[in-house]
Write a protein that binds this ligand. Sequence first.
Ligand SMILES: NC(=O)c1ccc[n+]([C@@H]2O[C@H](COP(=O)([O-])OP(=O)(O)OC[C@H]3O[C@@H](n4cnc5c(N)ncnc54)[C@H](OP(=O)(O)O)[C@@H]3O)[C@@H](O)[C@H]2O)c1
Length: 316
Amino acid sequence: MVVLVTGATGFLGRRVVRELLERGQQVRCLVHTPGRERMFDHRAVEVQYGSVRDPSSLSNAFYDVEAVVHLVGIIRRRRRDSFEDVHREGTANVLAAAKEGGARHFLHVSAIGAANDRSYPYLYTKWLGEQEVVSGGIPYTIFRPSVLFGEGDEFVNVLAGLVRLFPLVPVIGSGKNRYHPLAADDLARCIAITLGREDLKGRTLDLGGTKRMSYNDLVAQVATAMGKRRLRFHLPVWLMYAAAAVSQGFMARPPITTDQLKMLEIRSVAELGELERVFGFTPRSMEGNIDYVNSVGVADGVQMLLGSMPRRIRDH
Ligand SMILES: NC(=O)c1ccc[n+]([C@@H]2O[C@H](COP(=O)([O-])OP(=O)(O)OC[C@H]3O[C@@H](n4cnc5c(N)ncnc54)[C@H](OP(=O)(O)O)[C@@H]3O)[C@@H](O)[C@H]2O)c1
């Protein structure tokens, strides 16, 4: 049985591919940027190039597929791609190709907090994508993870950059907003387990890890992993909105966008114990599993502050 993975070269995708291969699945990867497939053993996976924005590029990739794992998503608008282009239209294109290719299970990664509320463009368009999946005519499972951590992540590594640079770590607002961090490796495992689980068809699952944490807790956790003691200072949210609005006017990749600031208001937590109940294993905690933050140096922190991720930290 062939499982087609979109977004296969991404932070989550490469873990999903690895997990599927370990379970003996035949994997076909949809690769967006040619060359990125070099991260995989070329004998282990089949590769097809294409963009979810271009239906004609998908027709070659989706023949004879049993299941599709759809991971493509963008956290920042791109010059040529709006959130809606990728999350709604892209998902509709993938669904059409999957249907044509005979897929019998569509596994879709959305995000916790996806809702019919236009004031949060990322989450609103993730919700639009979910609606496409629900009405797409293929039995589906939708995953709505909270923030993901693991080597190469953006969230925790950026915190590490701040901890590395500042004795007093800047926090936007009160820092009391809640998260429910989940290891990307654990989400990949959930996705692989879901294949072949008839009982999970038609389900939408909010998923978090072992512990709910505030942003302030996360800063403390990262500082501890780096062997640092850090105090925080809190920046007024209005000031950050003004800074983000100005910087996104002239920077291709501003350190933070107004959309991301708005999302800080959202409680990004799942039901405790849901993952264990549904998938039968305990997800790993952040504690003891984020040692990779120690590789973030001063120069990396400066680069992140300027809005770009060092390639040695995150390679795409
Ligand atoms: N990371 C998190 O904390 C988090 C939390 C909640 C939900 N999610 C969701 O999880 C999914 C995976 O996230 P991630 O962190 O793995 O993202 P990522 O690392 O940015 O990976 C995205 C992948 O999608 C590919 N892609 C982008 N545009 C494409 C297009 N037009 N056609 C085909 N492929 C395209 C990228 O390829 P190129 O790099 O070659 O463009 C990359 O392989 C997303 O749907 C995201 O919304 C992530």
